[in-house]
Ligand binder design. Structure first.
Ligand SMILES: Cc1cc2nc3c(=O)[nH]c(=O)nc-3n(C[C@H](O)[C@H](O)[C@H](O)COP(=O)(O)OP(=O)(O)OC[C@H]3O[C@@H](n4cnc5c(N)ncnc54)[C@H](O)[C@@H]3O)c2cc1C
Length: 448
């Protein structure tokens, strides 16, 4: 009987473990923390359920949505029937609502672009032409990954204002980088699959329950039903190849496996298996880098925002979300501002962030003027994603490693996607497939 170890219980490890268990393997998942879910997690604070960071997905995230179904939690997310985004300006207080129509792609976004009042009409028409050109970019060509999205937009004639209010609006949230810091290949992936592919591709979805419930707790149940063993509080210290498989050293014991999936962050994977096994440059961890995300959490004594979320223009707040229901707040409103590519903010104290950024909430939400702020706190994820910079593709390993019986997974591996939940799930499927090509499944053996 083949025994497969999966190291890391984020979305990538969960997906790989489920696939391998479903295929009949004896799976043991080792996770260093006390819970599953990895970078998608929640904690309790004064009776509120708080997510470590707001997460959204798009309708085009088909693998992630299938995982939700596999976990039996698809009813715990909300997916817009039709893309609608309310946008508000922090400088003028003006707002607009953009939405897609049911016209075939790319015409479905024509009205939204025309309603994008933050740039002159001439630039909106130009943006339509640029979007079509972006749709034609060969995102799989190696040279495309060497170009910066910002440089490419400038070559197309986009103004700094168009980059800031239009292209970065989507790019920051999906790539966790400004256009100048993002690879054209990754930007083209997001825009081609989300906005320029199927007309519903960019419809936005979000969890209506805490992330821990949506992913970690549901995965524990699903893995149990699938027959997989889950060992939390099990930090893997070393991985060694043996004549018959793999030895995995934990703090005070060791385990042996026939096959292994390593689904941990890049620096940990480097320490456990090394760059040569992954077939990436020796300094791949530095090359991938890290991009932080900061979330500002504000609890107010009354409702000040009617929309489930809105996009902020001319404001450092980027995107605002209403988390009242999912947090369990009985009255008032709980808002979260999700700040991507937050290099300048990650080192700030709560007091500094409150002083500089709380007034920005009032600029976007005038109803907050008379409200009482009952709580203001901050969550910081310094290693939220890798930096999706030009040239990153070379440092992202394929699921199949140089060593037989060893596969790697994680949102940072070569999925073609930026570091997202969709990328993590895809990487988990790829790792499970790579291992199964090495190892016939137990049920396959029985059937044979
Ligand atoms: C604040 C924030 C907001 C985000 N917003 C979005 C969003 O809106 N949409 C989106 O799609 N994506 C978003 N992301 C990205 C998304 O969360 C990640 O890409 C995805 O969850 C990564 O999953 P993973 O399994 O690859 O890695 P991880 O979640 O990092 O999982 C790795 C696991 O390995 C475990 N581990 C590490 N070392 C060891 C060891 N030695 N032994 C055993 N276990 C170990 C870790 O504890 C962890 O559980 C966001 C991320 C953050 C942080």
């Amino acid at each position: 009987m083949a025994t497969v170890g999966v190291i890391g219980g984020g979305l990538a490890g969960i997906t790989a473990a489920l696939d391998l268990a479903d295929a009949g393997h004896h799976v043991i998942l080792l996770e260093s923390r006390s819970r599953l879910g990895g970078l998608t997690n929640s904690f309790q604070r004064e009776g509120l359920w708080v997510d470590n960071g707001q997460h959204v997905f798009l309708r085009c995230c088909t693998s992630y949505r299938q995982l939700l179904e596999r976990l039996g939690v698809e009813h715990q997310v909300q997916l817009q029937p039709q893309l609608t985004i309310t946008m508000r300006s922090g400088s003028s207080g003006r707002g607009t609502r953009i939405h897609r129509t049911s016209l075939p792609s790319p015409l479905h976004l024509g009205g939204a672009l025309l309603a994008h009042r933050w740039i002159p009409l001439r630039e909106r028409l130009q943006a339509a032409r640029v979007a079509l050109a972006l749709g034609r970019v060969d995102r799989d060509a190696s040279e495309t990954d060497d170009v910066s999205f910002g440089d490419w937009l400038r070559q197309q004639g986009c103004s700094p204002r168009a980059v800031e209010t239009l292209w970065d609006l989507v790019g920051l949230a999906t790539l966790n980088a400004h256009a100048d810091q993002a690879s054209l290949a990754l930007a083209a992936t997001v825009f081609q699959l989300g906005l320029l592919g199927d007309k519903g591709g960019a419809d936005i979805g979000w969890a209506t329950v805490p992330l821990q419930q949506l992913h970690g707790a549901a995965a524990l149940r699903a893995l149990d039903v699938a027959g997989a063993e889950v060992c939390t509080r099990s930090r893997v210290r070393a991985v060694t190849r043996t004549t018959s498989g793999w030895r995995v050293d934990l703090d005070d014991t060791h385990r042996t496996f026939d096959r292994l999936v390593v689904a941990v962050p890049p620096d940990i994977a480097d320490g456990l298996v090394g760059s040569a096994a992954l077939r990436v440059p020796a300094d791949f961890v530095n090359r991938l880098g890290r991009s932080p995300i900061v979330n500002l959490h504000v609890v107010i004594d009354r409702q000040v925002m009617s929309e489930p979320f809105l996009a902020a223009v001319d404001s450092p707040l980027q995107w605002l979300f209403d988390r009242t229901t999912s947090s369990g707040l009985p009255c008032g409103q709980y808002l979260v501002a999700s700040l991507s590519a937050a290099d300048d903010l990650i080192g700030c104290t709560v007091a500094e962030l409150r002083t500089t950024l709380l007034p920005e909430f009032v600029r976007i939400l005038p109803r907050m003027t008379d409200a009482t702020v009952q709580d203001f706190f901050v969550t910081r994820e310094p290693h939220a994603t890798f930096r999706p910079a030009p040239g990153t593709a070379l440092s992202r390993p394929a699921a199949r490693t140089a060593l037989p019986g060893l596969a790697v997974a994680g949102a940072w591996t070569a999925t073609g996607w930026p570091a997202t939940m969709e990328g993590a799930v895809r990487s988990g499927h790829a790792a499970a497939s790579a291992l199964q090509e090495h190892t016939p499944a137990r049920r396959d053996e029985v059937a044979a």
